[in-house]
Design a protein around this ligand. Structure first.
Ligand code: SF4
Length: 426
């Protein structure tokens, strides 16, 4: 996928600054790439936002080239695992990218070849099908944290049988009890799992000095992301919702190019400090919270912006609110971060996240919550049930959205529900 200037010559929606911005009629957007191209045009005033999209669009291809040219890359979660993976001299390729890049053929492969039932979560089918379709062209290494559901665990086994090297490491959960000895024991266990994983991946222990440097980089990047989110409060649509989601995803894996990504954040901070205000097509902007998966149906984000909303409070698997702790053993820093001992709970009961979610919702004064999950995910269903109930009691309205992981436009029904929800809050 190229990211040439010609892409910016797509449909110019009129003036992008000032209150005279005119909505224009445009053709229906169908694919994820359509939405990205259109969003690049919508952000024509921002070289930094366009650069984030350029980094995203060249990410997988460039990581694969890096591996073909003698470097190393591996498919990974692309989250808090990234400082560790980079410290092993491996470029992490995030699983999430497969949803954006995939085709509907992937689900056909999952059902017909792997015999997954139709009701299986689309994320499992899309990942498995895409890895199968790309088996002769992509990197055949997967680094997998055993924190997922059984269908995905099963998928990893099936793809290993197709010639992929699957490196798994065990998961633990932050205990609900206040038993600190138990938590410390789990941190030790996870630390040892990471030690062992480094040896299985590279034949030697991870370089702790390098890992410390990667943790410092991750914390520098997170501080910049927080500064951007803070500046964005006063100009939410300068970085629209889809672009913000990409910015957030990059905060973990840097799209395989750490220096370029960090420089882009600095550019964005400078832009935001002097940017003209970007008005909403509806006049007033309703601040919203997004809790759940990183939606692959990009029309959802566009619809939110178009009908007067702006997502300011983000809670996705990309944890951005808290730094990784600096401990004597950097592997323990990562384990501690995963288990949320120092805030921003990542792995564990959804009940442990309620206070954290309240804080980010209050901090951005969000008026409503969009819960997002993939059809067929029973985990997310339970999490949402608990969280919805909690926020209902606090008087914060919410809506539960279920989407799919593979490419294609969102359903009209989904978009109608979003419009109705945002209009209700206006
Ligand atoms: S979204 Fe839920 S069901 Fe689907 S792969 Fe993730 S955890 Fe499993």
């Amino acid at each position: 996928m190229s990211n040439t200037a010609t892409e910016l010559k797509l449909v110019d929606l009129g003036k992008t600054r000032g209150t005279d911005r005119k909505p224009a009629v445009r053709k229906e957007l169908q694919s994820q790439l359509d939405y990205i191209r259109q969003s690049k045009v919508d952000h024509i005033y921002s070289p930094a936002v366009n650069k984030i999209y350029d980094l995203a669009m060249s990410y997988v291809e460039d990581a694969e080239k890096h591996a073909n040219n003698g470097g190393r890359a591996a498919w990974t979660m692309g989250l808090w695992d990234c400082p560790f993976i980079y410290a092993l001299d491996i470029v992490p390729i995030s699983f999430t990218e497969l949803g954006r890049l995939g085709s509907s053929d992937a689900l056909t492969i999952a059902e017909d070849y792997f015999q997954f039932p139709k009701e299986t979560c689309s994320m499992v089918g899309a990942l498995l099908g895409e890895w199968f379709l790309r088996r002769d062209t992509t990197v055949r290494e997967l680094v997998v944290f055993n924190a997922s559901c059984e269908p995905l665990n099963m998928g990893y086994e099936l793809i290993a049988a197709e010639g992929y090297n699957v490196y798994r490491y065990e998961s633990v959960n932050h205990p609900r009890s206040k038993d600190s000895a138990r938590l410390e024991q789990q941190i030790r266990f996870l630390t040892e799992e990471l030690e062992d994983l480094a040896i299985r991946l590279t034949g030697k222990p991870v370089d702790l000095g390098r890992l410390n440097a990667e943790i410092d980089r991750a914390n520098r990047v997170l501080a910049k992301v927080r500064e951007i989110f803070d500046l964005r409060r006063n100009n939410p649509l300068y970085i629209k919702s889809l672009a913000t989601m990409f910015l957030l995803m990059g905060s973990s894996h840097y799209f395989g190019k750490p220096e370029e990504y960090e420089a882009t954040l600095e550019l964005l901070i400078e832009e935001l400090k002097t940017a003209e205000f970007i008005p909403s097509p509806k006049g007033k902007i309703v601040p919203l919270a997004w809790i759940g998966g990183r939606g692959q149906e990009f029309g959802v984000y566009k619809t939110i912006d178009d009908c007067g909303g702006a997502i300011l409070s983000w809670s996705t698997p990309n944890s951005w609110t808290h730094d990784l702790p600096k401990l004597d053993n950097p592997l323990a820093s990562i384990a501690t971060h995963i288990l949320g001992k120092t805030g921003g709970h990542i792995i564990g009961s959804p009940v442990l996240r309620l206070k954290y979610l309240e804080d980010i919702i209050r901090s951005f004064d969000s008026k409503g919550i969009l819960f997002y999950s993939y059809v067929g995910c029973s985990f997310a269903g339970i999490h949402q049930e608990i969280q919805r109930d909690h926020f209902q009691k606090l008087g914060i309205p919410s809506i539960s959205l279920e989407g799919t992981f593979q490419v294609g436009p969102p359903s009209g029904q989904l978009l109608t529900r979003i419009r109705a929800f945002v209009e209700m809050l206006t």
